[in-house]
Design a protein around this ligand. Structure first.
Ligand code: WT7
Length: 635
């Protein structure tokens, strides 16, 4: 039992050393003692980053839902598994016990089977943060179907691209969703998508908002009547440890979104083990992660990690600002939340409001705070520490990615001393490396470089759906035999890591990972636009906001500029979603380019951040004169 719960810094270092010296033994002991396997593995790890090929617990058999549900029934069947807090504070919260959840997952799994879903089939889930989202995820896992959850803020075009990329036959959605004072017509968005998704034969619709929707005969079915006919027992499909559990899309710096494929066995072991230690989860705790299950944070640390530990996990349907800026703290006080995990962008937004919104509530239940999604600035860290943690709850600044499946660099609370803006030390089993421009590892401390990982960890993505070559090219080609994260980082005098941000063309806006290419593609489809370039610039709440430099075609020159800006943002909302809208748009006569035609984003980034004192040598550009003009008219 001891290795499963890290007690002090000495023990952390001991375990860390063991996990590096004998990774197989280390992970084997964790896997052996804490999970339910139907058959033991033949081999703990097989790997080759040059292909790349990674397999953990090969030959083992399991079903992750037996670990998240069945094995808890006898010991904590009446304990709350999911605590659902609705958008409207006047609507009652729901306490779904492990027994209830087990039955609801089984019923839903039987519905999926009755509609012909089999092991290995892909099911797209496009749902708001209601219990059925977690239930449908687990129902897919129960029968070995691969879930592909698409965040319900994505547009119909973005949804269609994700449905088609992995050939989903079924979509699970709801009539609508609540977001603060607004409702969104999710079913309408799905209907629009499906005009371009000929492979989808079945749509299951959950009733949430009760508004009228179109039901296409033979294709669309309300969930409720199907559940009534279904049994609440469902024999789990026994999976190989390396069978895919889910696909989750993330934006790349170029091209279409990447469907990251995660495994069943390794993913379970790593998310459960990190959850237990990074949130120091204890049986009586009430844990709340405010993310959406549409992102990896929700997959790993709302659903699988907590449930594999028999935890109570809060699922929140609403937004931090509804009905007012005190909602998070109201919910913390109401449910006596012990661990609270959110994003820097939410902290910054709430820190701008009066402290009365915080001080009204009793936050004494809180023991541990967490952040994820982007670097947290010192001011926001201090605000969080002082006002929410009252200077006694450690903050775990957790660095990780959709691709890593679980938390990679983070303090362990009450074990690792924290320092604002530092994600601190690698988690057990994680071997980071900082690399220089020439591809050499930088040793020692007080250094800065590109962040790589040089040894496999159990929850790493295994491939990109349908495009293994792209998986290699994106993550394993930049540095030989290393996984390249796309982030820059520094290591301070005591070996703590501080993530400095992306070094590629991915921009993190409000914690959402946005690639420049898909946004530029969306803009360029506007009939008046000839070319565009997007860069990020610092924004006090969102972390980064988007600045678009747009070259118009001749037909655009005579159009009203303000209308054009609105249309461009509309176009982006339709292609990707409202999160990708631009804060600033500047119409320019040209874009600074190298002689080989590559846009010099570095220069545009400086202009967008109003930092034009040191642009470097621009005389080698193809069109240096354009830079002057862009600076003159910059916003
Ligand atoms: C990128 C991954 C992992 C869940 C949410 C985002 C940035 C994430 C931190 C942090 C600094 C962070 C990185 C990373 N990031 N956490 N604690 N400190 N940066 O998942 O959408 O796959 O984005 O988010 O740039 O590469 P994602």
């Amino acid at each position: 039992m001891s290795n499963y719960s890290i007690k002090n810094l000495e023990e952390y270092f001991q375990l860390y050393r063991k996990s590096v010296r004998e990774p197989e033994n280390f992970w084997e002991e964790i896997a052996e003692e804490h999970f339910l396997w139907r058959k033991r593995w033949d081999r703990v790890l097989r790997w080759d980053f040059s292909k790349p090929e990674v397999a953990w617990f090969e030959g083992a058999k399991l079903n992750i839902t037996e670990n998240c549900l069945d094995r808890h029934l006898a010991i904590r069947g009446n304990k709350t598994a999911i605590l659902f807090e609705p958008n409207d504070p006047k609507e009652a919260a729901q306490h779904i016990t492990y027994t209830d959840l087990y039955k609801r997952v089984c019923r839903f799994a039987n519905v999926l089977q009755s509609k012909g879903v089999k092991k290995g089939d892909r099911v797209c889930i496009y749902l708001p943060m209601i219990p059925e989202l977690a239930i449908s995820v687990l129902a897919c896992a129960r029968i070995g179907a691969i879930h592909s959850v698409v965040f319900a803020g994505f547009s119909s075009q973005a949804l269609a691209a994700r449905i088609n990329d992995c050939d989903c036959r079924m979509v699970i959605t709801s009539d609508g969703s609540y977001r603060g004072a607004k409702t969104l017509d999710l079913k309408g968005i799905v209907d629009q998508s499906l005009e371009n998704c000929k492979g989808v034969s079945t749509v299951i619709v959950v009733k949430r908002t009760g508004e009228k929707v179109e039901m296409t005969k033979g294709r669309d079915h309300w969930l409720e009547p199907l559940l009534e006919e279904a049994s609440d027992e469902c024999i789990p499909e026994i999976m190989d440890a390396e069978d895919p559990l889910f696909i989750l899309y993330t934006s790349g710096s170029t091209g279409k979104p990447k469907g990251m494929v995660h495994s069943s066995g390794g993913y379970m072991v790593f998310t459960a083990y990190t959850f237990k230690n990074i949130f120091r989860y204890r049986e009586e705790d009430i844990y709340w992660c405010t993310a959406d299950i549409g992102w990896i944070t929700g997959h790993s640390y709302i659903v699988y990690g907590p449930l594999a530990n028999g935890a109570t996990t809060v699922m929140f349907e609403g937004v931090p600002t509804y009905p007012d800026h005190g909602r998070f703290w109201e919910v913390v006080a109401k449910h006596k939340v012990t661990q609270f995990y959110t994003a820097p962008t939410a902290i910054r937004a709430l820190a701008k409001e009066s402290l009365d919104y915080v001080d009204k509530y009793d936050l004494s239940s809180v023991k541990i705070l967490g952040t994820v999604g982007e670097p947290i600035n010192e001011e926001a860290w201090n605000w969080y520490n002082n006002n929410i943690g009252k200077n006694r709850s450690p903050i775990v600044d957790t660095w990780w990615q959709t691709e890593t499946g679980g938390i990679m660099i983070s303090p362990i609370p009450f074990v690792t001393p924290t320092t604002p803006t530092y994600a601190t030390l690698p988690f057990i089993g994680v071997q980071p490396a900082l690399m220089d421009e020439n591809g050499n590892e930088i040793d020692g401390n007080q250094v800065e470089g590109r962040l790589c990982i040089k040894f496999p960890w159990p929850s790493m993505a295994r491939t990109i759906w349908g495009d293994h070559k792209r998986y290699y090219d994106t993550y394993f080609s930049a540095f030989k035999n290393k996984y390249f994260t796309g982030d820059g980082a520094m290591r301070n005098a005591v070996g703590y890591y501080r993530i400095t941000g992306r070094v590629d063309d991915v921009i993190i806006v409000s914690g959402h990972n946005l690639g420049t290419a898909p946004i530029e593609d969306a803009i360029n489809e506007h009939p008046a636009v000839s070319e565009s370039a997007i860069v990020g610039f610092p924004h006090e709440v969102k972390g980064n906001a988007l600045y678009g430099f747009v070259i118009l075609k001749e037909v655009g020159e005579t159009r009203d500029r303000e209308n054009l800006k609105k249309e461009i943002n509309q176009q982006i909302a339709e292609h990707i979603g409202p999160i990708a809208k631009l804060d600033k748009i500047q119409f320019v006569p040209g874009l600074p380019k190298t002689r080989s035609g590559k846009i010099m984003r570095r220069i545009l980034r400086k202009i967008a951040s109003k930092d034009t004192s040191n642009l470097g040598d621009i005389s080698t550009l193809l069109n240096p004169e354009v830079v002057e003009e862009i600076i003159r008219n910059a916003q």
